[in-house]
Write a protein that binds this ligand. Structure first.
Ligand code: ZN
Length: 184
């Protein structure tokens, strides 16, 4: 099942998402999230982006061109807990399926240690760096109610205000189905 993607401005994107009860069957939801993400050409999708305030996100960076170390980087994060973010902050231009057609540079630390369950409820504690860490940090923010535009300077934010307001109203071109909170 392909879900519409929730747009900027929806309160669900600002809630701290809730843990999923252990051993809940998440197989169908995970499958649907990957399907929804692929249709939208995304590399990550968090449950709040399909309107579910749950601590779950999926990533697949294996199709990113010119990034050979991303091969096989397809993962599911259930009830993740960020243990630590380390290293030198670096800037990278981020985008978000909930904020279509806007890309801005965001500074984040280069490495992280994260504890999480996979879709079969096996627990993992792994270290990721570079672009993999970047994608995870972006998705992790979603389950904490944060979005990448929160990191921008007040001036940048002011410049984007009109576009963000249009996105909330559904006045935006996308090749995927959207759910805009202020659409009349
Ligand atoms: Zn996003």
């Amino acid at each position: 099942m392909i879900y519409p993607i929730v747009m900027y401005g929806d309160p669900v994107l600002r809630q701290k998402a809730k843990d999923i009860a252990p051993d809940t069957d998440v197989a169908t939801l995970v499958e649907d999230m990957f399907e929804t993400m692929y249709v939208a050409n995304g590399v990550g999708l968090a449950a709040p982006q399909i309107g579910k305030s749950m601590r779950l996100f999926v990533v697949d960076g294996s199709a990113i061109e010119d990034q050979p170390d991303m091969e096989g980087f397809k993962k599911v994060f259930v009830n993740p807990q960020m243990i630590e973010e380390l290293g030198t902050p670096w800037e990278y231009e981020e985008g978000c399926l909930s904020i279509p057609n806007i890309r801005e540079k965001v500074s984040r630390k280069e490495r992280l240690i994260i504890k999480y369950f996979d879709e079969n409820w096996n627990v993992h504690e792994d270290t990721f760096d570079g672009l993999k860490a970047r994608i995870i940090q972006h998705e992790y923010d979603h389950i904490e109610g944060k979005m990448f535009v929160d990191y921008l300077t007040p001036l940048k934010k002011r410049l984007l205000k009109g576009k963000l307001s249009d996105i909330s109203k559904g006045k935006v071109d996308t090749e995927y189905r959207i759910l805009a909170p202020l659409k009349k």
